[in-house]
Design a protein around this ligand. Structure first.
Ligand SMILES: Cc1cc2nc3c(=O)[nH]c(=O)nc-3n(C[C@H](O)[C@H](O)[C@H](O)COP(=O)(O)OP(=O)(O)OC[C@H]3O[C@@H](n4cnc5c(N)ncnc54)[C@H](O)[C@@H]3O)c2cc1C
Length: 474
């Protein structure tokens, strides 16, 4: 079924004017649409959206615009907590590079993923076709939000991520969505057909220390993943609900996360050193900065690669290409030229080889790398100069500089992970609507689903697109 994208609500301007005169948006409290559930213990609602983050807000406003009565339950006192802190406070809200086609993965075993991609054009493509970045950009522009491209197609707000949250709240208000904040969903179950309330599902939630319930015709689960629980209030509700409805949940683990290195390794002394590399795990490679930290290694290149580092069962090797702008042959020629030059200078001052490496790598890194990696692996003295190396050793050195295997012992976990990889298996959901194949009326969207994007606005783009897919039909 094709449901066209609807431009921003015509009533939006009037609602915005009312909110602004009420001083909404300045306090950090939700804007106008919040309606309290006080005094009401049971009520009927055709659509209940669980979670007022990126995906839930987009789904709620889309369903509301279609005239569906929508209730959105959000555990926190404010909506969109993750949006507020995203992109360093400027929200990298989408990405317009051509990478949209390849920037996502799911946690299915590699063989299955390839098969799935080849057989139906991949799970995420349909959602992106119907809600591409241009649709969200049009929404942003219609609210007068100014933005810029930082790099690699990444779009950021000029001013503040708060503008995106305000925009989504205003759209929900204009679409008459009932938003209950500080309302934590506890469970969802299939309502008995003989019950007095209409609706397929019984939603139990807590608010102001009271347990309440709603009956819903449709439930959209948009509770996100497990990362940043302390700051943003993440819960495992999506996974618990999926399991209670007998749905497969695959490969849940931290993603876009710093990696931990052996605390006794020499790399510990590199804290604060950054360099440009290509970081590879399996056949995925990302050329950007890395940063050595107290715990291990971070920076965009490592965060990207980390989503492909499987947890304890199947950890993979992290390889760093330390000179990504040269091929191995060029590196070898460069080393040979430097060795020759050192040989000609021999009578004056002998230079340790690390000083030669420091021409292309940060000094602190070059020193440690030479002493702890090169001299040990190549069995040469730490004080040797390049001119002391045979051609075979120069070849080995070139190979090591192009592919240094770093021993990773784990990740820094959910508190530092920008996303949760894995989630409700894409095999359980319709790629048109995000509705469960086994349970009509039950939808999973956003980070709750086993779809993870690269760093750079891709995860929000998935939240918007999957939210739209569900909101357009639920
Ligand atoms: C620090 C940080 C920076 C990021 N920056 C970017 C960026 O710039 N660009 C980008 O594309 N991605 C970014 N991300 C990732 C992005 O924020 C997420 O992928 C995206 O927010 C997922 O949207 P979602 O709606 O699925 O989940 P969330 O945004 O996590 O929303 C889930 C909501 O559900 C609520 N909830 C949970 N359990 C319950 C319950 N039981 N009852 C009621 N409500 C509940 C939560 O409180 C939350 O509000 C960043 C993530 C982090 C942590």
């Amino acid at each position: 079924m094709h449901v066209p994208w609807v431009p921003p609500c015509p009533g939006f301007a009037a609602h915005r004017a009312r909110n602004l005169t009420q001083g909404a948006g300045a306090s950090g409290r939700p804007l106008g649409p919040v309606r309290r559930a006080q005094g009401r213990t049971t009520s009927a609602a055709p659509v209940v959206v669980l979670g007022g983050g990126a995906a839930g807000l987009l789904a709620a406003m889309t369903a509301g615009r279609r005239g569906r009565p929508v209730i959105l339950l959000e555990k926190n006192a404010v909506l969109g907590k993750k949006i507020r802190i995203s992109g360093g406070g400027r929200c990298n809200f989408t990405n317009i590079s051509e990478n949209l086609q390849k920037a996502y993965h799911s946690s299915l075993p590699e063989g299955e993923l390839v098969e799935e991609v080849q057989s139906d054009g991949s799970f995420f493509q349909k959602a992106f076709k119907r809600y591409p970045p241009e649709k969200f950009i049009a929404l942003v522009e219609s609210h007068g939000i100014k933005y810029h491209e930082k790099k690699l197609g990444q779009l950021f707000c000029n001013k503040s991520a708060r503008q995106i949250v305000d925009m989504l709240q205003q759209e929900c208000l204009a679409a008459s969505v009932d938003v209950y904040t500080e309302a934590e969903c506890l469970s969802v179950s299939a309502a008995s057909a003989s019950g007095s309330e209409a609706g397929r599902f019984r939603v139990v939630y807590s608010k102001e220390e009271e347990t309440k319930e709603l009956h819903a015709e449709a439930v959209v689960v948009a509770c996100g993943g497990l990362s940043y629980a302390k700051t943003c209030g993440a819960t495992d509700l999506a996974q618990r609900l999926a399991r209670s409805f007998d749905l497969k949940v695959s490969g849940v683990r931290p993603g876009l996360v710093p990696l931990r290195l052996d605390p006794n390794a020499w790399t510990r002394s590199l804290t604060g050193v950054s360099l440009q590399v290509a970081a590879s795990i399996g056949n995925m490679s990302f050329e950007e900065q890395i940063l050595f930290t107290h715990q291990g290694i971070s920076g965009p290149a490592v965060l990207q690669a980390s989503s492909y580092w499987y947890d304890h069962d199947h950890p993979k090797a992290l390889r760093l290409d330390l000179l990504p702008y040269m091929n191995e042959e060029d590196v070898l020629h460069w080393l040979q030229r430097r060795a020759e030059s050192c040989r000609n200078r021999q009578s004056q001052r002998r230079m340790p080889a690390s000083e030669e490496l420091a021409r292309k790598l940060p000094r602190r890194f070059a020193d440690g790398f030479w002493i702890h990696e090169v001299s040990q692996r190549l069995h040469v003295s730490p004080s040797a100069g390049l001119e002391d190396l045979e051609i075979s050793s120069l070849k080995d050195l070139a190979a090591l500089l192009k592919s240094w295997e770093v021993s990773v012992i784990g990740t820094e976990g959910y508190p530092k992970a920008e996303v949760t990889c894995g989630g409700v298996s894409t095999q359980e959901l319709s790629d048109e609507t995000m509705e469960c194949k086994k349970h009509p009326g039950l939808y999973f969207i956003g980070e709750a689903v086993d779809v993870t994007g690269w760093l750079g606005g891709y995860n929000f783009q998935w939240a918007w697109a999957s939210g739209f897919a569900a909101g357009a039909v639920c």
